[in-house]
Ligand binder design. Structure first.
Ligand SMILES: [Zn+2]
Length: 167
């Protein structure tokens, strides 16, 4: 976690663990009804939104197509547009509900893109705060399942549909 602000797109989702199956496909299928455990915030027919269990900033989440694809260019355009739409709504959510001053959105594509799970594309959305260097110092040692993380999740899950779901 030391260089947390300097590698904003590095995935740590599978750090220290080898998954035979794709972790995102497992979340997508929700076979065991473990959306709560996986911190899924929203799902529809095209994609799902999940908290990053190794957040770079509080409320860091990912938008992930159900479709298991390594290449962004293979994603049907309507699905990409849908994910883009949710990303924009997610930025609004972060500003309104978490008082973010800005945001980063981005994808790592391919092994050389620094991605942890190269086989299944996913879009990161991270809130940014004007003084988040100081802010990060104060939370840098907070572990994944910290009280803060739980508080953020509990707040996020209550408002996710309001932002992501079509009316
Ligand atoms: Zn997958």
């Amino acid at each position: 976690m030391d260089n947390i602000l300097y590698a904003p797109w590095r995935d740590q989702y599978v750090a220290g663990a080898k998954h035979k199956e794709c972790v995102f496909c497992n979340i997508s299928k929700n076979i065991n009804n473990d959306d709560l455990e996986n911190r899924v915030l929203y799902r529809d027919e095209i994609c799902f939104v999940v908290m990053n269990l190794f957040p770079y900033t509080p409320a860091h989440f990912m938008i992930i197509p159900h479709r298991h694809l390594q290449n962004l260019e293979d994603l049907p355009e309507n699905e990409w547009l849908h994910i883009s739409k949710l990303a924009r709504r997610g930025v609004q959510l972060l500003k309104n509900e978490f008082k973010a001053h800005g945001a980063n959105i981005g994808m790592n594509l391919g092994e050389s893109g620094g991605v942890g799970i190269a086989e299944h594309i996913h879009l990161h959305v991270l809130p940014r705060f004007n003084r988040d260097t100081n802010f990060m110092t104060s939370i840098a040692n907070v572990r994944v399942y910290s009280t803060d993380f739980e508080e953020i999740y509990n707040k996020f899950i209550k408002i996710a549909d309001k932002y992501f779901k079509d009316e």
